[in-house]
Design a protein around this ligand. Structure first.
Ligand code: CA
Length: 507
């Protein structure tokens, strides 16, 4: 049985520790910042090893997470920050005693609603003065968007940007000087938030690391909701059982695993897999078990097809092959997809009775045109970020079962076209890595341990710029050494890694 355990290993990146000795000053007097709309709730010293209970009061919801171990001594500051007369964010700053002079913001996930406490522990453990905000509302539901455009604005862009502005000021006040460099780390919705910063607030960060970003957000939510219309309800003849999807997975591997030269259960490039499910079809005079009906074959074909809209244009690219053992639990389960249903109910139609089963390409077009606060985050012009010396590292797992990995190269190509820069020129400030066999932001059949977030397991090996995307970004920003590859780890049992793999840059 495989098991995964993460052990934080403080970076070997050499840098003077400049924050030590300030722990005693972790009190409200020292954090007496004079910023409008900021109400400091709590200032407390927390020792390394403390297991913090969650949620942490103030009516917060930690999205089911019950505790967080703090890896280094920190000064913790919690705040409520008004963003309008009908909205606010809850913000935390974790100021480590081993401060390296670096500032970092974390992001959120899905429609939440919750501070990414794992990521705060993870990055403060590396000596970053770290902030995390709740995205402007609590919990995993999008209900807070209902008839409140300011809460929606917080989710789309304002929560992160506000947290960065205040977080940098608190960092300055606490340590007695400005930070040296600023960083961002996030995936999924957090990935979208990071690219929103690169697009609209290019001065906020020197280095941005994003994974599996939820770009083209309106069309993504429509695509995610579309699977219910393909599979139908549980009693539909279109539907496949869990066992049926396992058959499909085996058949995909049979047809495509060897294309990369290794029969190892990993598709190095799912886009090369021109899968044809026909061989699974039950035959009138022949196999009658472990097979699919013609109607089910059509379902399989459709979930992998690109999704096209009212004028024939692409709404969203099809699901990547190889992801179906997880996707069957998320999308092919005959249930409405919660994020889609909440987005349409509370952000698009402001109609709590809207049903995801009603989704059509006409409604997809409506949501895309409405595009509240430009949540699509599809601006391909990153020239201001580039010109100020910003660096962007973008990765995507190729067995992502929630957000097809085919969407990320679309954005990379969009930036290339918009800025009229070939990949060799983009390499100066924007690099994209595809991680084979990696799921949405952790897990998968491949070597998915790339140091991308606090949930990523480690066998305890030293974290270096070669095997950790955050440290790779630090090396790029501060020493000018850009990552040419990303090495991932795959773990079996604690402390024993199965394999490493290299992901080379996209071109
Ligand atoms: Ca293979």
């Amino acid at each position: 049985m495989k098991s995964f355990q993460y052990l934080l290993y403080l970076s070997g990146l050499t840098r003077e520790i400049i924050g030590s000795g300030l722990e005693a000053a972790c009190d409200k007097d020292r954090i007496s910042i004079d910023l409008p709309d900021v109400e400091v709730n709590l200032v407390q010293s927390i020792e390394a090893g403390t297991n913090l209970s969650l949620p942490m009061g103030h009516g917060l919801d930690s999205c089911g997470k019950t505790n967080q171990v703090i890896s280094v001594d920190i000064c913790r500051v919690t705040m409520n920050v008004a963003t309008s007369n009908q909205s606010e964010i809850f913000l935390e700053a974790w100021l480590p005693a081993n401060w390296t002079g670096r500032f970092l913001s974390t992001g959120n996930g899905a429609l939440a609603g919750c501070i990414s406490y794992e990521d705060m522990a993870y990055t403060s453990g590396f000596g970053f003065a770290t902030v995390g905000a709740n995205g402007g509302h609590n919990g995993t539901s999008g209900e807070a968007f209902l008839n409140n455009s300011d809460v929606l604005a917080d989710f789309v862009y304002r929560s992160v940007h506000t947290g960065v502005q205040i977080g940098k000021e608190i960092t300055r006040v606490y340590y007695g000087r400005e930070h040296d460099k600023s960083y961002y780390l996030g995936s999924s919705t957090g990935g979208r938030q990071g690219l929103k910063e690169a697009q609209d607030f290019p001065d906020d960060f020197d280095g941005i690391v994003v994974g599996a970003p939820a770009l083209a957000f309106n069309n993504l939510t429509s695509w995610a909701g579309r699977f219910l219309s393909i599979t139908g309800p549980a009693n539909s003849s279109n539907s496949l059982s869990l066992a049926d999807w396992a058959l499909v997975h085996e058949d995909i591997l049979r047809q495509c695993d060897a294309l990369d030269g290794a029969i190892d259960g990993i598709l190095e490039d799912p886009e090369l897999c021109a899968y044809r499910p026909n061989s699974l079809q039950c035959l009138r005079s022949g196999k009658q078990t472990n097979c699919l009906t013609a109607t089910q074959i059509d379902t399989v074909r459709r979930v992998f097809e690109d999704y096209h809209g009212v004028d024939g244009s692409l709404i969203f690219p099809g699901m990547n092959h190889g992801s179906e053992l997880v996707s069957r639990l998320i999308y092919y389960n005959n249930q409405p997809f919660q994020i889609t249903q909440d987005w349409y109910r509370y952000a698009i139609y402001h109609d709590a009775d809207w049903q995801a089963a009603d989704l059509s390409i006409t409604e997809a077009a409506y949501a895309a045109a409405l595009n509240p606060f430009n949540v699509d985050t599809w601006n391909g012009n990153l020239s201001t970020f580039q010109q100020r010396g910003g660096r962007l590292l973008h990765w995507h797992g190729l067995t992502d079962p929630m957000l097809t990995s085919a969407n990320s190269p679309r954005y990379y190509d969009h930036v290339s076209n918009t800025m009229a820069m070939a990949p060799s020129e983009l390499d100066e400030f924007y690099r994209f890595f595809r991680i084979s066999g990696m799921d949405h932001y952790s897990g998968g059949v491949g070597a998915w341990g790339i140091g991308n977030n606090g949930r990523v397991a480690s066998g305890g090996e030293p974290q270096t710029p070669n095997n950790n995307v955050l440290l790779a970004m630090v090396e790029w920003v501060e020493n000018g050494v850009a990552p040419a590859t990303v090495t991932g780890y795959k773990y079996i049992n604690v402390g024993c890694f199965l394999r490493t793999r290299l992901a080379t840059g996209w071109c």
